[in-house]
Design a protein around this ligand. Structure first.
Ligand code: KG4
Ligand code: ZN
Length: 409
């Protein structure tokens, strides 16, 4: 099945084409002993085209994602990215097309709020043969609604033009599946995964532990009571005078600080919020405030101070993320742990998880996404789209809408 996937939930515009196979037969335990839906024994995704434009630099001056700007950028970037992805997939064949009046009118109507997108798409469709695709997967939420709508309306327009079904994808399911996938060359594979699967989702908008007792059925185990962990990284970075997004910059400073002598952060203790609380919930607002007080006590900070604070902050965050995951593992008996979302790019968090799983839960299979699949992309939307398509979980274009607060469980 060839899937075109579209992602516009935040500040990355992404379009991908994958050829997916397998995953339809679910491996079962001994007959009669297990009625659970196990993970598919093997599903394979050949990356045919993958095009992405990040807007992070454009949002940097606002210190965060500015929704109106994100929407405008998505509208501007979607047609060029679609063209690039189809071209890479060798599915772009130029030829003059007749677009009948009714189709033109309905596309113009669908894209009425997206600026020049309607015009650009009509130009493109006039010159491009219908590509050999089987379905369109698009992020329906969670995310910024104005940004989500651009992708959704674009998907509806393409589906109407090419007569394709649409799959509405939950962005967080995309992060989970991208985390479970293993990359070899230009192929992603999801195989040998055992349920229950515990997913730690850490991004700019989310910090949650969800459990899949059965394949693609989710149960919320714990979540943040205030800030998301990526948000905390970004806010602390801003306090240190670093540009948005702050996660990667804090990570770089903290890694540099690890090369300093052991007493480098002596006396600098940051709290571990809710570490000993008897739930799997998180809280990061207090940690952020602790950094703020620390900075208020000093007049001015130099580069050494920044490194110290970055290190102390990252250590505190990693410890809490691990402790809560360990608690959830004990409580649920999960056989697989997967980390997903932008913050899972963090080198230290990846290291802490690898070391602690090996030490404390040697029987548990830890899955960490390849670096290019941690932050938002369209491949993860294709993975989720495929599994939903296998279940014939198609959306009705007439009612499909953006859902900013869509949750997994
Ligand atoms: O998943 P994502 O790309 O977008 C959302 O869906 O939110 O995650 C973006 C978040 C930002 O807060 C960013 O600072 C954080 O991921 N991030 C990191 C790192 N790379 C990205 N946080 C810590 N360390 C990193 N290396
Ligand atoms: Zn994301």
């Amino acid at each position: 099945m060839k899937i075109l996937a579209i992602e516009t939930s935040c500040d990355e515009t992404a379009v991908a084409v994958v050829e997916a196979s397998g995953g339809g037969s679910f491996s079962k335990g001994f007959a009669g002993l297990s009625t659970r839906r196990e993970a598919p024994s093997s599903a394979s995704f050949k990356i045919l085209g993958n095009a992405l434009l990040s807007q992070v630099e454009k949002h940097a001056e606002y210190g965060g994602v500015f929704p109106a700007l994100a929407k405008r950028e998505h509208a501007k970037n979607l047609v060029p990215l679609l063209e690039a992805a189809l071209e890479e997939a060798e599915l772009l064949h130029e030829s003059e097309q007749e677009l009948d009046e009714a189709l033109r009118a309905s596309l113009a109507d669908l894209l009425a709020r997206e600026g020049a997108l309607a015009e650009n798409l009509l130009e493109f469709l006039k010159e491009c043969e219908r590509p050999a695709l089987d379905a369109i997967a698009v992020t329906a939420g969670p995310g910024l609604e104005p940004a989500l709508w651009v992708g959704i309306n674009f998907a509806k327009a393409l589906a109407a033009a090419w007569g394709l079904p649409i799959v509405a994808v939950n962005h967080m399911e995309g992060h989970v599946l991208a985390g479970l996938a293993q990359k070899s060359g230009e192929t992603l594979e999801i195989k040998g995964v055992e349920v229950p699967i515990l997913a730690l989702l850490i991004s700019g908008g989310h910090t949650e532990l969800v459990l899949m007792r059965e394949w693609l059925e989710y149960e919320l185990i714990g979540q943040t009571r205030d800030d998301a962990v990526g948000e905390a990284f970004d806010k602390v970075a801003r306090m240190l005078g670093l540009l948005y997004p702050g996660g990667p910059q804090i990570s770089k400073l903290a890694e540099a600080a690890r090369n300093e002598p052991d007493d480098f952060i002596k006396g600098l203790a940051l709290p571990r919020p809710m570490l000993h609380d008897a739930t799997c919930d998180f809280s990061f607002a207090g940690l952020k405030t602790a950094v703020l007080y620390l900075l208020k006590k000093q007049d001015g900070i130099n580069d050494e101070d920044k490194k110290r604070i970055a290190l102390a902050f990252e250590e505190a965050v990693s410890e809490v993320l691990w402790a809560k995951t360990a608690r959830a593992l004990k409580e649920t008996g999960a056989k697989t742990v997967v980390i997903g979302g932008g913050v899972s790019a963090n080198t230290h968090i990846r290291r802490v998880f690898k070391e602690n799983i090996a030490k404390e839960f040697p029987g548990v299979d830890l899955r960490i996404p390849s670096a290019d699949l941690t932050t938002d992309n369209a491949l993860m939307i294709a993975l989720a789209g495929y599994f939903r398509a296998l279940r014939s979980d198609f959306a009705d274009p007439a009612t499909l809408s953006a859902s900013g607060a869509l949750s997994l469980a």
